[in-house]
Ligand binder design. Structure first.
Ligand code: BTN
Length: 305
């Protein structure tokens, strides 16, 4: 484990070779103290103290690891999660150099956005992962409502849309050992204080940013604090009232229900269908052209009307 963390820190350029040699000598029990020291970088606009100041949560975001630049906050979070990092810890970076999106796509993450990953130890099996993703989408939508965005919507499974354009994506990844989930990493990317023309041309048409929609720049630290609170609220709703409560919130904000879509499932042929709703497991329920019903568990839906 120690070697894995050292390799990660080396790869991320977070340690000089002298420090690496020193760390290698450290007793494994002291190693967690070294891990605590990382993620305390001096950054331009993300400020752990500002986020923590009035953060009203029980465990989400109580430990913040803040970086100027990493490859991907999900990658860093995954490594940290295997080293006894507390449940609810959050990794944030001002910039990512090789961030991942869904379906193996790259994710643009320049300075000005909010790129973060939450480390959870949720004691659930794989079947609950889609619901965690949907719950995160609801938490983002509620956050945007709180900062003044009118009517943010969720495109199945987890794109947050404003006026039909994507402003946020979510990538949930499980860290599993012998088929048991040890941790879940929930990566959230919000195009906050960015201009659309900073994105590659092919993405510009379908992308928007908070700056663009609100007509002003906002405070990233406040956005993160609000999101962490909403995320904890929604996980408590999940724990106490079950997934129906989450699905109800999701359905209220759905961008997908009632639309004709092209369904693109991994290893399956693409097909057109009408979106009827969302099932209790978080699958999209669609009606195919021939009238048969289908549950889409993973994949993408391209809206056609
Ligand atoms: C999508 O394709 O819609 C999901 C995008 C998820 C991007 C976020 S940014 C923070 C975290 N780190 C990553 O590498 N990806 C996620």
């Amino acid at each position: 484990m120690k070697d894995e963390i050292i390799n990660l820190l080396k790869k991320e350029g977070k340690l000089s070779s002298k420090t690496i040699d020193e760390i290698k000598q450290v007793d494994i029990h002291d190693f967690s103290n070294i891990v605590k020291e990382i993620g305390k970088e001096k950054t331009e606009y993300i400020n752990a103290e500002e986020i923590s100041k009035d953060l009203n949560t029980r465990y989400i975001g109580k430990n913040l690891y803040v970086f100027k630049e990493v490859s991907s906050t999900n990658t860093v979070a995954k490594f940290l999660s295997t080293n006894g990092i507390d449940d609810g810890s959050v990794v944030i970076s001002e910039k990512q150099t090789s961030a991942r999106g869904r379906s193996g796509k790259a994710w643009e993450s320049p300075l000005g956005g909010v790129w973060l990953s939450i480390i959870l130890n949720p004691h659930v099996d794989h079947s609950k992962l889609p619901l965690i993703t949907l719950a995160t989408g609801v938490a983002v939508a509620k956050t945007l409502e709180k900062i003044g965005v009118e009517n943010p919507e969720i495109k199945w499974p987890n794109d947050i849309m404003i006026n039909g354009k994507k402003v946020c994506g979510i990538l949930t990844e499980a860290v599993a050992k012998f088929n048991t989930i040890e941790n879940v990493i929930i990566g959230v990317g919000i195009d906050a204080n960015l201009d659309v023309d900073m994105f590659p041309e092919e993405l510009q048409e379908g992308t928007t940013t908070l700056k663009e929609e609100l007509g002003r720049e906002g405070n990233e630290n406040f956005l993160i604090k609000t999101f962490l609170e909403e995320f904890e609220n929604i996980s408590e709703l999940f724990d106490h009232e079950g997934y129906e409560a989450i699905l109800k919130e999701w359905r209220k904000r759905s961008y997908s229900i009632g639309k004709i879509v092209e369904v693109r499932e991994p290893f399956n042929k693409n097909y057109d269908a009408y979106v009827l709703g969302i099932s209790r497991e978080g699958a999209l329920v669609v009606e195919k052209i021939d009238g048969t019903l289908e549950k889409v568990i993973s994949g993408e839906c391209i809206i056609k009307n």
